[in-house]
Ligand binder design. Sequence first.
Ligand code: C2E
Ligand code: MG
Ligand code: MG
Length: 263
Amino acid sequence: EGMHENLMLESALRVAVERNELVLHYQPLVCFTDVGMVGVEALVRWQHPTQGLIPPYKFIPLAEETGLISDIGLWVLREACRQMIEWDEAGIGVGCISVNISVQQIETGLLPKQVKEVLQDTGLAADRLFLELTESTIMQDPEQAAIAMSEFKSMGVKLAVDDFGTGYSSMSYLKRLPLDRLKIDRSFIKDIGRDTNDEVICKAIVQLAKSLGLETVAEGVEEEPQAEFLKALGCDVAQGYLYSKPVPAPELANKWGRLTRKQ
Ligand code: C2E
Ligand code: MG
Ligand code: MG
């Protein structure tokens, strides 16, 4: 990518939030035991006026470099919680909502207050919100992360480690932080059935999580044999193309929503 192109993208991204160009897609999290949806992950996309739908890997790093991620992250949080209430009011059950959090949102120290406000404004129950932090986000500033996380915990918000196994492998934070869930990175899932090393790693992660009382989510499950293997290990929840790609809100509700009352 040229510098010019990056500058263009940056100035366009600056106004994207105000112009309502960001959209959320939702991917179901499916319970291995009763094969029902237990929640959804909100994943941001940029509906660019001329370039079409831009995936997050093309603009989230830029948003992080330029500090725009704080505004974008707050928009995502608010929109995801708002959507949950809209589904509730329509009598459509989707369970919990997961929102990705970037390292800068932790660094500013503003996030706990923002989360509290968004929950108050939207009326979403705190225990239906999962915040996803990667290992590297946590390890960037473990002290600050621990402070924020204990604030989230005291509000009743749930916490997940995203892309588990790919960051620094400081295991000590696992027992110190008030975590609820580990999400096993897709890189360990994708070769299940072909690579015994990956199978051993998945088994170890599930066992570690179980002994620490944490729920496990397998990311990027694409094939039935992978699901069978993970289920046999005692992994709790799956997310992946085998079930569904991330889809716009109406499609998620149509295909996955449980009717919570007569329509
Ligand atoms: P993530 O949080 O680990 O999200 C999971 C990613 O894996 C999503 O990519 C999802 O579409 C993809 N995925 C799920 N199942 C499968 C599968 O079976 N096969 C394959 N090949 N991929 C699968 P997506 O939506 O492109 O998002 C990529 C990353 O961008 C996310 O990874 C997250 O780190 C970041 N991201 C997305 N939305 C946000 C956001 O609102 N805020 C922040 N800070 N980051 C976000
Ligand atoms: Mg995530
Ligand atoms: Mg992930």
